[in-house]
Design a protein around this ligand. Structure first.
Ligand code: FES
Length: 156
């Protein structure tokens, strides 16, 4: 992240170490992950040890230390979703986008992740795409959702 963007985030949070979590969330919202250089810069600017930044970044599952794609596709693999076919959704994304669960496509278009139950079991099988919940997913719906993303990106 360039210095200007990072400074804007730090200023928004008054360079307050008590706002470290919010600062990291803002960085990830921009970058889709937490670059190590940004974490080092945050530690320096907040005058706190890098280990404190790193331990917070690794404690919360919401943070990724690895580069992620422009779009994040998360399939719930909790029991309720699993028995309703979540594994088939994962297979479909893996096959159509040539990406492994936990991985990112070579063109950085999409990251495929799995989680265990997000507490919306009645909607299963459930998929979250860029933070938007899609319930009762099937192969056709999945295809439409991901095709829409590709179309949006082509227009940008
Ligand atoms: S098992 Fe998927 S939301 Fe609970």
């Amino acid at each position: 992240m360039d210095d200007t963007k990072l400074n804007t985030i730090l200023d928004k949070h008054h360079r307050d170490p008590a706002e470290l979590l919010a600062i990291l969330m803002d960085i990830q919202a921009v970058e889709n992950y937490l670059p190590k250089d940004d974490m080092k810069q945050v530690a320096k600017e907040l005058k706190i040890p890098f280990s404190k930044v790193y331990s917070m970044a690794t404690f919360f599952a919401t943070f990724s230390l690895e580069p992620r794609g422009k779009h994040i596709c998360t399939v719930c693999m909790g029991t309720a979703c699993h028995v309703r076919g979540a594994a088939r959704l994962v297979d479909q994304v893996q096959r159509d986008f040539e990406v492994e669960a936990g991985g990112t496509t070579d063109d950085m278009f999409l990251t495929l992740e799995t989680v265990n139950c997000v507490g919306a079991c009645a909607l299963g099988p459930l998929m979250i795409v860029d933070g938007e919940y899609h319930g009762n997913m099937d192969a056709g719906k999945l295809d439409r959702v991901l095709r829409k993303l590709k179309k949006q990106d082509a227009k940008e």
